[in-house]
Design a protein around this ligand. Structure first.
Ligand SMILES: NC(=O)c1ccc[n+]([C@@H]2O[C@H](COP(=O)([O-])OP(=O)(O)OC[C@H]3O[C@@H](n4cnc5c(N)ncnc54)[C@H](OP(=O)(O)O)[C@@H]3O)[C@@H](O)[C@H]2O)c1
Length: 322
């Protein structure tokens, strides 16, 4: 044993490799222990007690599957719900559905296009329209995503993406931060991002940039206001939605599971993916970061080609039938 230790001291390379190995194994063991605690042992917090029963949750992009799941799961816990997105009819439908499911819950709908109405005054007006209701939870979930070569994206599309994905959540937090800090109970901010913010991708350069912004913004808010506000970044990987029609596989989950696990981790974590397989994937992506890009690009290219082929088939069929 002594010979081994002397051998290490006299050979800095092996000493460094040994220390590095022990630290890496230690970190992996720590992360696995954290995951077991999160998935199986820890009791979720009582959110109505923590943030105030009967207070309001404001959810942007509430007409998406993920957004509506937030509305439904928070309504189930007794929060009143503010729905925000661009399509009035879908908003009305969603609010109506929720009121039937949870008759004790109040709802408000705000039709607001974050791409078009993005000045400071527009956000002030949005707040005014809420008539001073007691907002305790803000879920920044609205997004636009594009998966194309950058030259095929129009400047307007890029601008809209930045306004919807980044400006909306920054400005909403600006509008409500003082009110959240003045509340007697704690409050919460959930920024919904994605694993695309863990490493750059060629076909989603601007999109993954917006997701990275959300990730850093989340950490900044947490560091500033952890004493009064629970700030959580919910960053899932690919989800199986009605629209995406992703096939089931061990590394794909659904919006309801992601939202349930996101709310389970609220108040405990700064960041979660909402699904264990996405956490493992996110860990690997973070370690290999830049080297993961070609893999992402190959997958995106394959998806784009499949979608183009599918569209071609549909157009061909439509032409034949007409
Ligand atoms: N789906 C996935 O595989 C996946 C994977 C990782 C992360 N996520 C995250 O999950 C969240 C929801 O994703 P999703 O796939 O469910 O989204 P989605 O189906 O594309 O829906 C996007 C939502 O944003 C709203 N929205 C879009 N443009 C808007 C605008 N200009 N102003 C206001 N609202 C606008 C849409 O509302 P209207 O169209 O009604 O206006 C809709 O409710 C996102 O934050 C995303 O980053 C999703």
């Amino acid at each position: 044993m002594l010979d081994f230790i002397w051998g290490l001291i006299y050979n800095p390379f092996w000493l460094f490799a040994y220390i590095f190995g022990i630290l890496s194994v230690g970190q992996i063991a720590f992360e696995v222990a954290k995951m077991i605690n999160r998935e199986f042992l820890r009791t979720p917090l009582n959110l109505p007690e923590r943030y105030g029963k009967g207070s309001w949750a404001l959810i942007t992009g509430s007409t998406s599957e993920m957004g509506f799941e937030f509305c439904r799961q928070l309504a189930k816990q007794g929060f009143n719900i503010v729905f925000i997105s661009t399509r009035l009819e879908v908003l009305q439908d969603s609010a109506h559905k929720l009121e039937i499911e949870y008759p004790q819950v109040k709802t408000k709908i705000i039709e607001h296009d974050f791409a078009k109405k993005n000045t400071v005054d527009d956000y002030k007006q949005l707040k005014k329209d809420l008539n001073g209701i007691d907002i305790s939870i803000i879920v920044n979930n609205a997004e636009i995503v594009t998966s194309k070569y950058f030259k095929d994206i129009t400047p307007q599309e890029s601008l809209d993406m930045v306004n919807v994905n980044c400006t909306s959540c920054t400005m909403l937090v600006h509008q409500f931060i003082n009110d959240l800090l003045k509340r007697e109970k704690r409050s919460a901010i959930i920024n919904v991002g994605s694993l695309a913010g863990y490493a750059p991708t060629g076909f989603q350069g601007c999109y993954s940039g917006t997701q990275r912004m959300l990730k850093f913004f989340t950490y900044g808010l947490h560091d500033n206001y952890n004493n009064k506000i629970d700030v959580l970044g919910l960053n899932p990987g690919t989800l199986k939605t009605k629209e995406s029609q992703e096939t089931s596989c061990y590394c794909i989950t659904t919006p309801d599971v992601t939202v349930r696990n996101g709310l389970r981790d609220l108040g405990y974590e700064i960041e979660t993916t909402g699904f264990y397989a996405h956490t493992i994937k996110g860990g690997l992506i973070s370690i290999f970061s830049r080297y993961a890009t070609p893999i992402f690009d190959a997958v995106s290219k394959n998806c784009m080609e499949k979608k183009a082929l599918e569209q071609f088939r549909k157009d061909h069929l439509a032409k034949k039938q007409s």
